[in-house]
Design a protein around this ligand. Structure first.
Ligand SMILES: NC(=O)C1=CN([C@@H]2O[C@H](COP(=O)(O)OP(=O)(O)OC[C@H]3O[C@@H](n4cnc5c(N)ncnc54)[C@H](O)[C@@H]3O)[C@@H](O)[C@H]2O)C=CC1
Ligand SMILES: O=C(O)[C@@H]1CCC=N1
Length: 283
């Protein structure tokens, strides 16, 4: 893919920051010399520099002023402090147009706008374009799913550029911002539900007498195969489930227990709880 010829910077180089950096280099849309990360952890910075050959620093304000695109990849709880630190600096470079991309769960665009455009907002400052994104960790293996939503100052070119960045890590869909809490509950946290299922299936295999390694191999191959089948066939998960379920057979016995134990309702309730938590984080 053609290089974007921009400087991109990440505030926070944890799990997700690293997923972005790895994907951007692999896709060729940014070369390591155009990627910057800032973090408070020297260990993370050394690792990122050593592994990816990118620029590292422990100064968020400098990173913000030096880059054309800034990805906020810190925890939601750190957003206030970090953005206030950036916007509180005289001449911190907000007059230069730069695209701000936040991946923090539950932080609404209006909060980022309020933090970035103030307290020095005398009307002369440019209102920076801000895009809120909810990615997920399969981005680490370029199989991510991202939802995104842009504020009023984002141009069509900036939307296209953000999609190009997110497509380097997998799929991307645009949403209304109010839908992003639900996206967080479903696909943002979603990989954890699948890992939980994998843990449970492996434990179940051990409980019914299998060797732990064999149980893990069977679980992974079964999950992988089921996903491939859903992707390859024009059939709903429900239809595919019915084809596994012989009347009076083993699957029916298992699904009866799942229905009795309200597994489906529990999954629905769990995703609703994640969505509620995302909304709470926005307060
Ligand atoms: N992990 C996940 O599955 C997903 C996470 N997110 C969001 O991504 C964001 C980052 O999450 P993770 O990468 O999982 O967290 P993480 O804890 O792995 O990474 C956060 C990084 O920020 C650094 N940091 C802490 N204070 C800092 C400061 N003052 N200045 C600069 N860097 C600082 C930490 O040292 C760490 O390397 C969060 O807002 C989360 O809501 C979004 C989608 C999925
Ligand atoms: O658990 C969290 O808050 C983050 C956001 C989505 C996935 N991990």
């Amino acid at each position: 893919m053609a290089e974007l010829n921009k400087k991109i910077g990440f505030i926070g180089s944890g799990n997700m920051g690293e997923a972005f950096v790895g994907a951007l280099i692999q896709s060729g849309i940014f070369s390591p010399s155009t990627i910057y990360v800032s973090d408070i952890s020297e260990e993370r910075l050394n690792m990122m520099r050593g592994t990816y050959g990118i620029h590292t620093m422990n100064n968020n304000v400098r990173l913000f002023s030096e880059c054309d695109i800034v990805v906020l990849a810190i925890k939601p709880q750190q957003m206030n402090q970090i953005l206030s630190q950036i916007s509180g600096q005289e001449g911190y470079g907000i007059s230069d147009r730069k695209l701000v991309i936040s991946i923090a769960a539950g932080i609404p665009i209006r909060k980022i706008e309020a933090l970035l455009y103030s307290p020095l907002d005398d009307g002369s400052r440019q209102k920076l374009p801000i895009i809120r994104v909810m990615p997920n960790t399969p981005a680490l293996v370029l199989s991510g799913m991202s939802g995104m939503s842009a504020n009023a100052y984002v141009t069509a070119d900036e939307v296209t550029m953000t999609k190009t960045i997110l497509e380097a890590m997998g799929k991307v869909v645009e949403f209304k911002e109010e839908e992003l809490d639900a996206v967080t509950g479903l696909s943002g946290s979603g990989p954890a539900y699948v890992f939980y299922l994998a843990e449970s299936m492996t434990q179940a295999g051990i409980n019914v007498g299998l060797d732990p390694n064999d149980a893990a191999v069977l679980t992974l191959a079964t999950l992988e195969g089921a996903v491939q089948l859903m992707k390859a066939r024009d059939e709903s998960p429900e239809e595919l489930r019915r084809k596994v379920t012989s009347p009076g057979g083993t699957t029916e016995a298992a699904l009866k227990v799942m229905e009795e134990n309200k597994v489906r309702q529990n999954i629905i309730d769990a995703i609703a709880a994640a969505t509620r938590r995302s909304k709470e984080l926005s307060q």
